[in-house]
Design a protein around this ligand. Sequence first.
Ligand code: ADP
Ligand code: MG
Length: 582
Amino acid sequence: MKRKHFLIHYINKYKWKYLFGIITLFIVDIFNLFIPQLTGEITDGLQTHSLDMGGVLSIVLKILFVGLVIAIGRFFWRYFIFGSARLIEFEIRNNMFKHLSGLSTRYFNNNKTGDLMAHFTNDMSAIRMSIGPAVITSFDATIMTIMVLVKMITHIDMKLTFVAVIPLFFIAFGSILYGKAAEARFEAKQQAFSDLTDQVQESISGVRVIKAFVQERKELKAFAIANRNNMDKNMRVVKLQAIVMPLLDIVIGISSLITLLYGGYLAIIGEITLGKFIAFNQYIGMLVWPMIAAGESITLFSQGHASLNRIKDIFNEQSDVFDNDNVKDIQSIEGTIEFKDLTFFYPESSYPALQNITLKVEKGSTLAILGRTGSGKTTFANLLLHLYNTDQNSIHIDGNDICEIPLNTLRENIAYVPQDNFLFSDTLQNNIAFGANTNDINLVYDAAKLANIHDNIMDFPENYDTMVGERGVTLSGGQKQRSSIARALMKNSPILILDDALSAVDTDTEEKILANLKKNRINKTTIIIAHRISTIQNADHILVLDDGKIVEYGTHEYLLSLKGTYSTIYETQQLEKQLENE
Ligand SMILES: Nc1ncnc2c1ncn2[C@@H]1O[C@H](COP(=O)(O)OP(=O)(O)O)[C@@H](O)[C@H]1O
Ligand SMILES: [Mg+2]
């Protein structure tokens, strides 16, 4: 979608509704014009005694009819224009979410959650206001002004019209200045709101760390600052309005005084009738609103414009990981993985997270990866999932370059237990069945049994219907890990990656899970990332990483015989175990 035509595309879809809305608006405005005229007719008729009660009644009936048309018309323009604006807001928001979910990990690493949330809330309402109420206001203001002026000139008096209207132009001019001043303040207000959202979001997700480090006071202070900033920025908007509104009253007042004086004079010398004098005053009253509205719609448009630009930035953001043209029609994956002299830098990073990795994992075998924090283990998993782009020909799966495998096929065929296992605020059953295309309870049971979490779940008050997370029970670290493992096993994929997924599980449970895996993963590729040798010693091959490089590779026995890094780690851990047992 091209930048310039962004909104047009949406508005075009509802052009008929907009047109109907504007036509009804037009009709309402025309009918509005009759009321002062009719009041004037009553006044004149009464003054010249040419009206009897029946005549008054018939004019009153006319006024009633006009009022009815206006009321119905107002319903329709609201329905058509506000309704379209809501629908467009709904569609843009949907599309924005869809677009966002297609963006790569890099985007989410670089953008704050609070900012993104503000785009979905504040910016979307600003856009809605500019394509709904602002459209009405500006059309109404223009049509109304022109029609009232014409009516005043033709129906009453040209000179009087000119004299009375001059101050009103000051209002229009002032409104434009006000709009400009308001825009800058509005921008600041939106930013302050974003910052506040961010602050709240971080404090809430980080509440455990904050409590553990007894930093509540610091958080309170930071929150108070963000909150004050938000209030200050809102206050600046309020102050501006507080100054402008009385000024407006003064100009309106002056305008009315002029009308009264000059119009009174014209009525006395008999140039206009009393009825016209009264009608004229009402017309002047009808002009005030469009003048203010002009300013208001300018503000709304500029706010909407600012918000639209921010949102367009999201839409213009392209995912850097996507299916290229050279992607092959691959539907399934066997599970042979090969790295060929892979070196990988994270975007915007100056040192390689992985360096010269050459390695083959045969289908059906188990590879274990061991290494210090920061040695590149998680990066290994990230690259297999194609969360980041790699050089061509550096990773092959079943002999196909990873760049040529459709992302969906790739990810559907890899079951992944991330290091920071995340569970949704949903039932355990739905969490475990999350990646599978069924939530058959028997399959959920099987997966949970393999992950050794079934018995725990049966102890929960509502078993598999127990809610997890913010709206339900709090699981222990080990329970979370095992639920994530169950979720991955339920997918029953040709490739399984466990990223430090057993770190919070005790050794007995770990042994049981590993034994289950051994049975369940026959003929399927499994990659286990761990830092305990007990977790990995039975793997077919063990890869020891340090600083992104392969330092040792082989079976447990072979690596021990090398008497290098692996055997040192092994001895240290054996010693620790002995000390624990004593
Ligand atoms: N998103 C990222 N952007 C930039 N650098 C990263 C990113 N994620 C990890 N790194 C860096 O890459 C290196 C390897 O990290 P990682 O694979 O997470 O290590 P491990 O899982 O072994 O602890 C570390 O130096 C880390 O700081
Ligand atoms: Mg890691």
